[in-house]
Design a protein around this ligand. Structure first.
Ligand code: PLP
Length: 370
């Protein structure tokens, strides 16, 4: 059996080991572990890559979302609209700040926030729309932007899974994370741009918001020991920034490798009855953080079958936000409820070999033949 991994960070590292090791060693030899020159360099490098005015680095993607919401001068009970089908962090920070998460269902094809549901969810207390660019594909930012403009709302993008994706539908274009008021991302090791620990960043084209978020991430201080507001301590350390400076120039190449693997899966699997391959990407160059099938009825059985054949798979996510004990969310979410029962993510990373893809697809074909 081939040794197939859901995410293969080891092979990716081997290819850039010399560069990464030298970058880490440089930080160690200068011992500027916090706020070393690598951090500022990375902020500038990422801003240039995204064509954004400002990048503020922070400790992780969850903090990025929290800092973004803290910067908007919201009042307790103000409403933030977010999708039901996401990782907990998106909704957790809303609740943590005493704001009200207003959860909406997702589009059955892209699994991202459904703009029609957003329209229905708007009340006089709505302040923010917080879409998630799930699995590497952008939400419908054109419609969400027009809703936000119509109702004078902030638009925060959770682009933790879609860094590097390019949005363009003829009306609106730009890199994921630069389309709304603020973009938030994560450098968790398995993300498309991952560091060797935790890391995150906030992206914005607004000068005043950038200054405010920088201040919040730094204990509410613009000048050391002079604190203008209550902030938090959230930093990307120099070693992580040094690693990210090495990896950023490979990000487009990594996206290509992911797309290539996705095309292979599509070709082999799209005709199989019983499974549904991802719908063709709409308005985004998909960066396939995940390659996710929909499998009716036999999802868990297929998962177990593949596991026995040495193929890891994952369910992102088994419980949508409305089913989480941490929240009390009322309403009906038929699309995300169904997705939670049907989604199955296949191995997806930058080092997948054609022989591995062939093996995975053959086993899936075999399962449906039996
Ligand atoms: C990973 C992720 C986050 C959180 O990032 P961390 O760096 O783990 O805090 C937030 N939102 C989504 C959609 C994610 O996938």
């Amino acid at each position: 059996m081939p040794d197939i991994k859901m995410v293969d960070l080891h092979k990716q590292y081997q290819k850039i080991k010399h560069e990464v090791d030298a970058a880490i060693q440089e930080v160690i030899s200068t011992t500027s572990f916090i706020n070393g020159p690598q951090v500022n360099a990375f902020r500038q490098n990422l801003a240039a890559y995204l064509n954004a005015r400002h990048v503020i680095t922070c400790a992780n993607g969850t903090d990025a979302l929290q800092i973004a919401l803290m910067a908007l001068d919201l009042k307790p009970g103000d409403e933030v609209i977010s999708p039901d089908f996401t990782f907990i962090a998106t909704v957790e920070v809303i609740a943590l700040l005493g704001l009200k998460p207003v959860i909406v269902d997702v589009d059955p094809l892209t699994f991202t926030m459904d703009p029609d549901e957003v329209r229905k969810a708007i009340t006089p207390k709505t302040r923010v729309i917080l879409p998630v660019h799930l699995y590497g594909q952008c939400a419908n930012m054109t419609e969400l932007t027009s809703i936000a403009e119509l109702h004078n709302l902030y638009l925060i993008e959770d682009t933790a899974q879609a860094l590097g994706a390019e949005y363009n539908d003829g009306t609106l274009s730009g890199k994921a994370g630069t389309l709304g008021t603020i973009g938030c991302t994560s450098f968790f090791p398995s993300k498309n741009l991952g560091c060797f620990g935790d890391g995150g960043a906030i992206i914005t084209n607004h000068d005043a918001l950038a200054k405010k978020m920088q201040c919040i991430a730094n204990h509410g201080a613009n000048v050391k020991y002079y604190h203008d507001e209550v902030g938090i301590n959230s930093r990307l350390d120099s070693i992580q920034a040094a690693i990210l400076n090495v990896k950023l120039p490979y990000l487009n190449q990594y996206a290509l490798a992911r797309r290539k693997a996705a095309s292979y899966y599509n070709e082999r699997l799209s005709a199989l009855p019983g499974i549904c391959t991802p719908a063709p990407a709409r308005h985004t160059s998909h960066v396939f953080h995940q390659y996710t099938l929909k499998v009716k009825e036999v999802r868990d059985e297929l998962k177990n079958y593949l596991e026995k054949k040495g193929i890891p798979t994952m369910i992102y996510y088994p419980v949508p936000m409305h089913g989480q004990k941490a929240f009390t969310i009322v309403g009906k979410f038929p699309v995300s409820a169904q997705l939670a029962n049907e989604v199955l993510s296949l191995p997806m990373h930058t080092e997948l070999q054609e022989s591995e893809l062939d093996y995975i697809c053959t086993q899936i074909e075999n399962y449906f033949k039996k």
